[in-house]
Design a protein around this ligand. Structure first.
Ligand SMILES: *Cc1c(COP(=O)(O)O)cnc(C)c1O
Length: 460
């Protein structure tokens, strides 16, 4: 063994304590650190030849890279949809690395049983029935892609071919219909060989991002054969929800596949005041939910559910003598694009075990209350206006006069020490979004963001 490696092994407890102290200091700084620090870009250095050991690597990380790290795990990082990591989720993630399991196979089954228990808890969290089987993947993009892959195999079943065996060319043209699809849907279609051009955007309801069921029905009636419908349960701009029951009824009438992208919107079902938004989610054929957003587990984690695990295993089976037959209870190696993967379920397991449904409901309800408070504050700030009602956890707003992408970017840039928000375009207007999904965010943070916004608008 290399002497530095041997020395690190000998001092492992002390070294891990040093790394832990370092992590704790970083987390302690989250509330007051610049949300996105301004640091010059770092140049990559050549591969080190000499060993410096863990303590040397920690020092180098602290000197060169850590100063540029954003407070994306903190309370006022409101860009994209970015959760943090609850204390239990963080500890679960540390333990994931410590136990270093490859949860893929019943030849060494405990990790896979833990993932199945976790998927069962998530199913109950979102009110899905046991007809939905699930597996964890790296993010909602992957969960959407897996759902679309199962849909592709379902289309094949309808047409008497298996695209998994014969290739997508055997399937012929495919139409995918959606009102306000997330960009990851087009990426998934590209990966799956269905093509980005297969995606057809359907009219939405007036002044809304939710699909117009009448327009969707017209598309389904005119389509040449079965389609895939991607429903949206929480759009990123205004958190609008398709009427999932109406879409399921169209699915039953016209025979299509109904995939629901509920990346963060699924969490509305935790709040009795908002659960109606996800009504009908269980009727979907496949469902995508991110866990590294509103469940507040560290990257990278999401869950995908489906009622047709048989088709899923047809797509993702990794038959090999050493792995055994696929069987009626397929091992995880047969269900997702990955073979080997970390025991991703453990951080979700920890946070659900530690805080239960009640604890996670409190996070969701507090985040929604924060979004509403910021929405009301923005309505009162001269020079700003809301572009949409605050339906759940996102505030979409712009400058009252002459908003341009450049002016909004300048406004957001002036604020990055206090709050991070990301740009968008909504209803033909350049805009900014503030998305609440971090367990640390409190009303005090919202007051601070509102004050910073008011100053920045006045100064600009
Ligand atoms: C974030 C998001 C995605 C993509 O998720 P990743 O975790 O970045 O892969 C897809 N759909 C919706 C609605 C999202 O909010």
């Amino acid at each position: 063994m290399h002497p530095r490696l041997a020395a690190d092994l000998a001092e492992l407890p002390e070294l891990l304590e040093a790394a832990q102290r370092h992590a704790v200091a970083f987390l302690d700084g989250l509330a007051e650190a610049p949300v996105v620090p301004e640091v010059p870009a770092r140049r990559a250095v050549p591969l080190p030849e000499e060993a410096v050991g863990l303590s040397g690597a920690l020092r180098d990380f602290a000197a060169r890279w850590e100063p540029g790290m954003s407070a994306s795990a903190g309370p006022r990082y409101l860009g994209f949809v970015t959760g943090g990591a609850t204390p239990a989720a963080l500890a679960g993630d540390w333990l994931t690395a410590a136990v270093d399991q490859n949860a893929t196979s019943s030849l060494d089954a405990t990790g896979q049983h833990l993932e199945r228990e976790t998927v069962g808890w998530l199913r109950q969290l979102f009110g899905l029935s046991e007809d939905h089987e699930g597996a964890l993947v790296s993010g909602a993009t992957m969960a959407n892609t897996v759902g679309l892959a199962i849909a592709r195999e379902w289309l094949g079943e309808r047409r008497g071919v298996s695209p998994a065996e014969a290739g997508v060319a055997a399937l012929g043209a495919v139409r995918v219909l959606s009102g306000s699809p997330h960009s990851s849907v087009a990426k998934g279609l590209s990966v799956l060989g269905l093509g980005r051009a297969a995606l057809r955007t359907v009219a939405t309801l007036p002044g809304r991002e939710a699909v117009d069921p009448v327009a969707l029905e017209a598309e389904l009636r005119d389509a040449d054969g079965p389609c895939i419908v991607v429903a949206n349960a929480g759009t990123v701009n205004t958190v609008d929800f398709d009427d999932l029951r109406a879409l399921a009824a169209l699915r039953d009438r016209y025979g299509c596949w109904l995939h629901v992208d509920a990346a963060f919107g699924a969490f509305a079902s935790l709040s009795p005041d908002h659960a109606h938004l996800t009504d009908g989610l269980d009727l979907a054929d496949s469902v995508c939910v991110d866990l590294h957003k509103w469940l507040n587990v560290p990257y990278d984690s999401a869950v995908q559910f489906t009622r047709r695990r048989d088709l899923q295993a047809r797509v993702f089976q990794n038959a090999a003598v050493y792995l055994g037959a696929v069987g009626a209870e397929p091992d995880l190696v047969h269900l997702t694009p990955e073979n080997s993967h970390r025991l991703r379920a453990l951080s979700a397991w920890f946070t659900l075990r530690a805080y239960g449904r009640a604890g996670h409901r409190e996070i969701v309800e507090r985040n929604v209350a924060c979004a509403r408070t910021l929405g009301s504050a923005i309505e009162k700030i001269e020079g700003l206006r809301l572009l949409a009602p605050v339906r759940l956890n996102v505030v979409c707003f712009t400058l009252a006069d002459g908003p341009t992408p450049e002016r909004l970017a300048a406004l957001a840039d002036r604020l990055t020490a206090e709050v991070f928000m990301t740009p968008t375009r909504y209803a033909g207007q350049p805009a900014l979004r503030a998305a609440f999904s971090n367990w640390r965010t409190t009303d005090e943070d919202v007051q601070r963001v509102a004050r910073a916004l008011e100053h920045a608008v006045r100064a600009g």
